[in-house]
Design a protein around this ligand. Structure first.
Ligand code: OOB
Length: 543
């Protein structure tokens, strides 16, 4: 059993098993089972157009697992995976599971700061990267990370490996490797984060298989489903809601898009007759515009899932007429809980809510600032526990003590209200995080980086409203000395510290002092109001 994670208490585990949510099967079985029943169906269409049958993908995963084993990667070892939407991701993901190793999934946009922390935290033995991605050399990043994290014995490279191990060379005769305990951790996901450093989310074989299977059921996925991966495969939404895993579980076909651009995605939808996909709101907005000028045939598309940040009611109402498909809003989190609007929900629920919980055993509480339940229908913080929601972050006992109630409810930091139908409306956030079009930025993490700048005395990061992204990032600075950094200088400084690009502040505001709350904390609400006000003034009152 992997140490440092918090299992469900036995009475809950028994209940989830008895209810049939937890089936007691290792996560990789979803591929193995389909390879037996439907060996010749197409499982995966790679970014380069390569077509994999279930049998071929299964066999390749077995050979790679044997290669990993030969390399010395053993059961329980953690392996940081940072691969884009390519066949290599899919093969390595299943191969790691079969070798008993635990993939730690990071985004292609992450850099030295995030990867070093994650690799250290996980005590990872290996790190898998592409050679080059969008002109960026991940092998150079791997050299830096490896120098900083002594546990990293191997770097695995998709493509030109330089001094490292090529993923293609991990190829050996399949072995009968011991199956993992389905109650144990299968993978670690990265949390959006509200603290100084990102946290890792343990997901078990049982819980994650249920996550994918139940999601596939709700979304009506079957063998005829052709699912396009548009968001990074490493993101829970695209991976298992129902995503790549849910599609493979039911015997459908997964198509990988290298980018979410309308050019790439629309061409693939037309060519592969894609039936379903998942995007964040800024991409949905982009696609709604692009259908006006792109003349691709999107008639196969039956379902567009939108989630990650709030989709406005107005664009939500445009999806069905413009794209000719059903809209599904998804309010989910890597920590677990998933809310979906249902395929047969009426117009008002689909456009005006963020869905209702996936599982009959998802427990929902909505509480006020003192932790008391609010009257039905009123707004408060969402707390949840259930068969696929974590009971604790990996190796983070102090943080867990704050983030979970004594009886195991996860405090989501999301402000919601619940309708009589059980649908949730997301009304805001009680956590110190910026949601930049679905990308999550921990204010504290970014502030800590900014405070390292020699010309900054104090920093406070807040969200500012943005039509396309929902929110962007504004850094308020109290300068040290006469020359505080401009936005460009600060962004350059942070990039130099190895901070991921999506976290770089979009705007810098310099002030003499911060407004304070009655208890002396920086009044971020006031800063948020000020920047919103200033943006309105700059727009000449247009917004
Ligand atoms: C998804 O997962 P994460 O872990 O990147 O972020 C979770 C947070 C939620 O706590 C909430 O603050 C926000 O993202 N969020 C939404 C939302 N969906 C997520 N806020 C408003 N409306 C929505 N529809 O973002 C995620 C994971 C699985 C499926 C879908 C999204």
């Amino acid at each position: 059993m992997l140490d440092g994670w918090v299992p469900w208490p036995e009475p809950f585990a028994r209940r989830y098993r008895d209810a049939g949510y937890w089936e007691g099967r290792p996560l990789d079985r979803l591929l193995r089972d389909r390879a037996r029943t439907d060996p010749d169906r197409i499982a995966l269409v790679g970014a380069d157009g390569a077509r994999w049958t279930y049998a071929a993908l299964d066999a390749r995963a077995d050979r790679t697992a044997a290669g990993l084993h030969r390399l010395g990667i053993a059961a329980g070892d953690r392996v940081v995976v940072q691969l884009p939407n390519t066949d290599a991701f899919v093969v390595l993901f299943f191969a790691l599971l079969r070798a008993g190793a635990v993939p730690v999934l990071t985004l292609p946009a992450h850099r030295e700061s995030e990867i070093t922390h994650v690799a250290e935290m996980a005590g990872a033995v290996a790190y898998a990267v592409p050679d080059l991605l969008d002109g960026y050399d991940h092998r150079a990043l791997a050299r830096t990370v490896r120098a900083a994290v002594p546990s990293l014995a191997h770097v695995l490279v998709a493509g030109e490996a330089a001094e490292f191990t090529a993923l293609d060379d991990l190829d050996a005769e399949p072995l009968e490797l011991p199956a993992p305990d389905p109650g144990d951790v299968a993978l670690l996901l990265l949390s959006g984060g509200t603290t100084g450093k990102p946290k890792l989310i343990p997901r078990t074989h049982d819980d994650y298989t249920y996550n994918a299977r139940a999601s596939a059921g709700i979304c009506g996925f079957d063998q005829d489903t052709v699912y396009l991966v548009v968001l990074p495969t490493a993101h829970n939404f695209a991976l298992a809601c129902p995503g790549l895993l849910g599609t493979l579980l039911v015997g459908g076909t997964v198509v990988l898009s290298p980018t979410p651009s309308p050019e790439d995605a629309f061409a693939l939808i037309e060519r592969e007759k894609v039936t379903a996909t998942a995007v964040v709101p800024p991409i949905a907005l982009l696609w709604l515009d692009a259908v006006e000028w792109e003349d691709a045939d999107l008639s196969s598309l039956a379902l567009l899932q939108v989630g990650g940040s709030k989709l406005g009611a107005e664009p939500a109402a445009r999806v069905a007429p413009a794209l000719g498909c059903t809209l599904q809003q998804v309010f989910g989190m890597a920590e677990g809980l998933l809310n979906y609007t249902r395929l047969d929900d009426g117009h008002d629920l689909v456009t005006g809510t963020q869905g209702r919980p996936l599982s009959p055993d998802d427990e929902i509480r909505v509480v006020d600032e003192d932790g008391h339940d609010v009257p039905p229908g009123e707004r408060g913080e969402l707390l949840t526990r259930g068969p696929y929601t974590l009971r604790g972050y990996y190796r983070a006992p102090e943080h867990n003590a704050r983030t979970f109630s004594d009886d195991g409810f996860y405090r989501t930091g999301d402000l919601v209200r619940v309708l009589p139908s059980g649908h949730l409306v997301v009304e805001g956030r009680a956590k110190d995080q910026i949601n930049r079009g679905g990308d999550k930025i921990s204010a504290e993490e970014l502030e800590n980086h900014i405070l390292a700048h020699p010309a900054v005395h104090d920093a406070a990061v807040v969200g500012m409203p943005d039509a396309a992204m929902g929110e962007r990032t504004c850094a308020y600075l109290v300068p040290r000395g006469p020359q505080p950094p401009t936005q460009r200088e600060l962004a350059g400084f942070l990039a130099g510290r190895g901070v991921a690009g999506y976290k770089l502040p979009d705007r810098v505001e310099v002030v003499e002092v911060f407004p304070r709350t009655s208890v002396g904390k920086i009044d971020k609400k006031e800063l948020g109001r000020r920047i919103a006000e200033r943006l309105r003034a700059e727009d000449g009152g247009v917004n």
